[in-house]
Design a protein around this ligand. Structure first.
Ligand code: URA
Length: 293
């Protein structure tokens, strides 16, 4: 058995896949499109009423409840053969660029100051319900950056991203790919505060938090970004495309190669898709090696 097969077996990966329908209408970009933002707090997106596994009392993380809106195209999602890395799909977010002008160096980001700003942030309503902010975790000099959605209950309590079951799965996958979560990667979220009840992030919350993430990326200057789940992918790429459409390609965010994968919390509930997440990781590793060489 090959090393990759052994690793996949170790992670409990299966070959099948099982798409489900249904979350697209709640995406912030879609909501923004439907109703222009005002100063008033928008109606809270519904919390899906699916219970967590019996062993858990916490509300399920939203990513555990959601699934791609359409059946992913298997052919389009197959990892690139060794000889052909997918062409980067250029995306042009309107957010503040990493480089302010052509050729100009980005303004240096004072990391401790940024951490303090996040810790003291009162820019949206989530400051009222959070226990604490969740800035990020890992090595700020890492070449890999992983971006998730928002803290859940455990993260809110501990002040660190991906510390629950989803985090354990993520750690296992990173480790199977030869990456140490503390040394080789930096992990942050689109939102730094937990949405109450693990509801979906609201458009104005994403907008309020976006600058922090941009500054984190600007400071870290990763060689490669992995967007975990649809909120991260759709926010960074400013698209409403489904995960199914975004996976298996190399996008660019501010010039940095970006690969989209499933959210680990989603994978906990949709085990067969772990195999595809593993393929995403292999694609990311290949792009990374190419970018570093
Ligand atoms: N899900 C996320 O997207 N981020 C976390 O930190 C935890 C769960």
């Amino acid at each position: 058995m090959s090393r990759a097969s052994l690793q996949q077996q170790e992670m409990g990966l299966g070959p099948a896949w099982q798409p489900r329908a249904g979350w697209f209408e709640q995406h912030p970009a879609q909501l923004l499109r439907q109703s222009p933002q005002t100063d008033a707090a928008p109606a809270e997106p519904p919390v899906l009423a699916i219970s967590a596994s019996p062993s858990e009392s916490r509300p399920p993380h939203r990513a555990e409840l959601t699934a791609p809106p359409e059946a992913p195209q298997i052919a389009a999602q197959a990892p690139a053969p060794a000889s052909s890395i997918p062409e980067p799909v250029e995306s042009t977010p309107t957010a503040e660029p990493l480089r302010t002008e052509a050729g100009a160096e980005p303004a240096p980001v004072d990391w401790p100051l940024l951490q303090r700003k996040v810790a003291d942030c009162h820019d949206c309503r989530l400051c009222e319900t959070r226990t604490q902010t969740v800035f990020g975790r890992g090595n700020p000099q890492a070449r890999w950056m992983l971006i998730g959605e928002a803290p859940g209950e455990n993260e809110d309590r501990q002040g660190l991203p991906f510390v629950g079951r989803a985090g354990q799965l993520l750690d296992n996958m990173l480790s199977a790919a030869g990456l140490d979560r503390d040394r080789d990667v930096y992990i942050a979220n689109v939102l730094k505060c937990r949405p109450p009840g693990n509801r979906n992030p609201a458009p104005d919350e994403i907008a309020a938090c976006n600058g922090y993430l941009l500054q984190q990326i600007r400071h870290i200057q990763p060689t490669l970004i992995i967007a975990l789940g649809r909120f991260a992918a759709q926010t960074l790429l400013e698209t409403e495309d489904s995960i199914g459409r975004l996976r298996g390609k190399v996008h660019r965010y501010q010039g940095v190669p970006l690969v989209v994968s499933y959210h680990p919390a989603y994978l906990l509930r949709n085990q067969p898709d772990k195999a595809k997440a593993w393929q995403d990781l292999l694609l990311a590793r290949k792009i990374f090696r190419q970018a570093e060489s």
